[in-house]
Structure formats: C-alpha cells, structure tokens
Design a protein around this ligand. Sequence first.
Ligand code: SAH
Length: 247
Amino acid sequence: MTGSLVVVGTGPGKHELMTPATQAALAAATDLVGYGPYLDRVPMLRADQCRHASDNRVELDRARHALALAASGRRVAVVSGGDPGVFAMAAAIFEAVESGDPVWRTLDIRVEPGVTAMLAAAAEVGAPLGGDFCAISLSDNLKDWATIERRLKAAAEADFVIALYNPASKARPHQLGEAFALLRTVKAGETPVLFVRAAGSVEVKVVATILADADASVADMRTLVIVGASTTRRVGRWIYTPRGAKS
Ligand code: SAH
C-alpha cells in the first residue's frame, strides 16, 4: 500500500459549504488528523477510519505525525476549518516537510481548497471584499506584534479592505483594541467595520458599525472582522465595496 496525505478544509461550518472534493478525500482516508473540534465536524464515514485528535497549539507536531503516518503507508487526511491554506495546516505540513525526513519530499501530498472565513463572512453582509483587500492574522503566536502593526499600517495607508483573522482569544484579549487604535490614525472614523461571528453556519451573528465606534470586546475566536476601505459603503441593508477606485 502506498501512503498519501491530503490537507482539506471543511469550510466555515455549514455542511453544504464543504466541497464535494473534500468530502471525497475524507471518505477515502484511512486516518483523519486534526484539531478535535474540526474533526468533530466530520461525520463517521467508514468504520475502519482512525481519528487522531490533537490540541490546537501543536500544529507542527500534528503535521509530523500526519507525514509519518503517510510515510508508513496510510491514506491520511489532515483536517482544517475553512481553507487549509489560509492560516492553517497546509503551510504547517510544508514547514514540517522542509525541516523533516528527506523521504517526506517524495510523498504524494495534495491540498483541497475550502471556503475560507473571510469569503463566508463577506457573503453574509453583501460584497465588502469587492475591491482590493488583504487578510491579516492578529495572532502573535508565530510572528511578533511589531510585524503585525507594520502590516496593518501599510494596509491602511494603501486603502485596502482588511480582513482580520484571529482577532482575539483568551490569551490575547488586547490586540484587536490596539489594532483599531492604529487603524484610526489612518482610516476615517466612518469606515464600516463588520464583526461576523460563525459565518457560513446556522449560528451566524453580524455586528455592523463604524471604526470610530468599533468595540473590540465584540470579537472572539470565532469572529472575522472586516475593516472597510474609503469606498466601502451601505446600499439598502447590504455593505459593499465598489470594484473601482481612484487615487
Ligand atoms: N483556515 C481557516 C482560518 C483559521 S484561523 C479559514 O480558512 O477560515 C482561525 C480564525 O478564522 C478565527 O479566529 C476566526 O477569525 C476565523 N474564522 C474561522 N471560521 C470562522 C467562521 N465560521 N466565522 C467567522 N470567523 C471564522
């Protein structure tokens, strides 16, 4: 038996937003590897399938474990939420390949895309990502806060719509407030700000406000924050960013 490894994204929550390609990859796997709550979203597909649940913080160990299983001949699916390539396991797998056993470079490794949180969040409110936008993770587990601040400032000065992943966690309660304070030095107070919690799931909750009033305590680990560009605006009950811009 030849082993393989596929990194899949289960989408933002709703089963209909999981792609058929991801469902097929999950059904074909002998082993599922992932963060416990993400694995719990995957229904039992075959009786002989092994599940290896792990803690959220040990991504590189989880990646090495998955690669070792694939090298031993198992068909492994590594499960992420959203898209596996966006602040998630696909990059962790390649980091582990780069620093690990040279044999891992010859493995059959594939990535199946998924609907990432910012796309699900944007769709809940209209089309806020309709013009140029960028995505920044506020987590400073793997990068320093100075880097995050530099990127926020550059994105604000370039008038991008900014999608903020990992806006808050119990371990990092203050960063979103600091990010808003920094963005207020560049972007106008009336800039639309959206807090979309559990986008693309039945529990979705949207708070729409403006940068001057944005309260960081609204966000938690399941929230995606979108900060508009100067052109982002309301039309009826929707919020959108026109495709064009002039400087
Ligand atoms: N790979 C994931 C992102 C992992 S980072 C993806 O592509 O969506 C984890 C962060 O993603 C969370 O802190 C939150 O900011 C965001 N997120 C994930 N799922 C979400 C959802 N359903 N609704 C809103 N934000 C979500």
